[in-house]
Design a binder for this molecule. Structure first.
Ligand code: SF4
Length: 114
């Protein structure tokens, strides 16, 4: 496994014991993308369009809850990325998720998902 991916996954260990509702609260209240919207809704970045990814990369780069967002994405979506949650491109997200899953349940697939 790539050492950088391992390090990103290890950096999420501190959230392992954080309940889902607290994690979601942090991301929803402090995530920069939530502050961009005046409608009260999160932007729907599907990731299908290059412009979505480029805009997300710029916003996510300065977001104070990047790691929390990635943790939430992994818990909620598992192997299935959806949209532009978390600041990683899809291939890097897949690699980091494999490392994260291995750290959480030893790769047995028994990790709980919300
Ligand atoms: S990392 Fe990006 S997608 Fe996640 S909360 Fe922050 S701005 Fe939103």
């Amino acid at each position: 496994m790539n050492e950088i991916y391992e390090r990103v996954a290890a950096d999420l260990d501190e959230f392992a014991g954080l309940p889902d509702d607290q994690l979601v609260h942090e991301v929803r209240n402090r995530g920069l993308c939530g502050w961009l919207s005046t409608s009260g809704e999160y932007p729907e970045w599907t990731g299908e369009f290059r412009a979505d990814r480029e805009l997300a990369a710029r916003v996510c780069a300065d977001c104070p809850v990047q790691r929390e967002c990635l943790e939430w994405d992994f818990r909620a979506r598992g192997h299935e990325p959806a949209g532009v949650w978390g600041p990683l491109p899809e291939d890097a997200r897949r690699e980091v998720f494999e490392c994260w899953e291995e750290r959480r349940d030893g790769g047995t697939g028994s990790g709980e998902r919300p």
